[in-house]
Write a protein that binds this ligand. Structure first.
Ligand SMILES: Nc1ncnc2c1ncn2[C@@H]1O[C@H](COP(=O)(O)OP(=O)(O)OP(=O)(O)O)[C@@H](O)[C@H]1O
Ligand SMILES: [Mg+2]
Length: 248
């Protein structure tokens, strides 16, 4: 479904992603693991088209130069030069790290915004109801201002917004970041529900442990470079990987 080929991203002269090859097949949940500054967000933003967008914006301002090399293919089509909006329309939807929500809007209004590219309101409402099914705690918070919600609740809203956009490929950048074990369990359960909706998932995390049982394959990156990839079983059988990323 997604094929990232020989991807290199430079911010000025600094290399953030180094010749990365990564693929995601339809129906899979694929994890990308790496510590701070490994390049996880850069990868996700690039697949979502935001790095390209930033490159144009910086270029217009005459500022920082961003260089993107390599190819991103989605469902057999080269999308490397497509805008973020185009990619959302094709079904690639990113939930950015640290649960960004519109703080002054209600939970329900945030979810409605997730469907801003969808013309039929009925479909948007259907998706919002689905989100309440996936994240039952949100049902009671419909009219609460999102800014007053806890970090875990905001993560549910952020993932919910992405789901309302009806993704084929959902990109989740560190969905468990800063969440309590209880909240982590809710998000992990949601992943199972999301999989049953035939949504393919590419996610990143610093620590693989809580998410590992729920992925199909994983990629480990360090300083932008792929150091290992494999099925869940292959990664879990590797003692070095286990101690570095799984705390075992
Ligand atoms: N807009 C930017 N301008 C310049 N350098 C950047 C920019 N965004 C990221 N970088 C650099 O690129 C490298 C990769 O950063 P990135 O945010 O992708 O890492 P990450 O794996 O998401 O880290 P974290 O776990 O902290 O979120 C870092 O060295 C970072 O400083
Ligand atoms: Mg990041």
């Amino acid at each position: 479904m997604l094929d990232v080929k020989n991807l290199m991203i430079f911010y000025e002269n600094a290399l953030a992603v180094n010749n990365l090859n990564l693929d995601v097949k339809k129906g899979e949940i694929v994890g990308v693991f790496g510590s701070n500054s490994a390049g996880k967000t850069t990868l996700m933003n690039t697949v979502a088209g935001l790095t390209l967008h930033m490159k144009f914006r910086e270029h217009r301002k005459g500022g920082q130069r961003i260089t993107i090399v390599g190819q991103q293919n989605f469902e057999g089509e080269d999308i490397s030069n497509r805008s973020p909006n185009d990619r959302v329309k094709k079904g690639i939807v990113l939930c950015r790290e640290r649960h960004p929500v519109f703080r002054d809007l209600s939970v329900e209004e945030n979810l409605q915004l997730g469907g801003f590219l969808i013309k039929e309101q009925v479909k948007v409402q259907e998706s919002i109801d689905l989100v309440y099914n996936i994240f039952p705690p949100l049902t009671k918070l419909k009219s609460r201002r999102a800014g007053l919600c806890s970090g875990g609740e905001q993560e549910m809203i952020a993932i919910g917004m992405a789901l309302v956009a009806r993704p084929k490929l959902l990109l989740l950048d560190e969905p468990l970041l800063g969440l309590s074990p209880v909240m982590q369990a809710i998000v992990v359960q949601a992943l199972k529900d999301i999989r049953s909706l035939e949504v393919t998932v590419l996610l990143t995390e610093q620590y693989a442990r809580p998410i590992m049982p729920h992925i199909d394959r994983g990629f480990i990156i360090e300083n932008g470079t792929l150091i290992m990839s494999g099925t869940k079983e292959e990664l879990m059988d590797n003692p070095e990987v286990m101690s570095a990323y799984f705390g075992m």
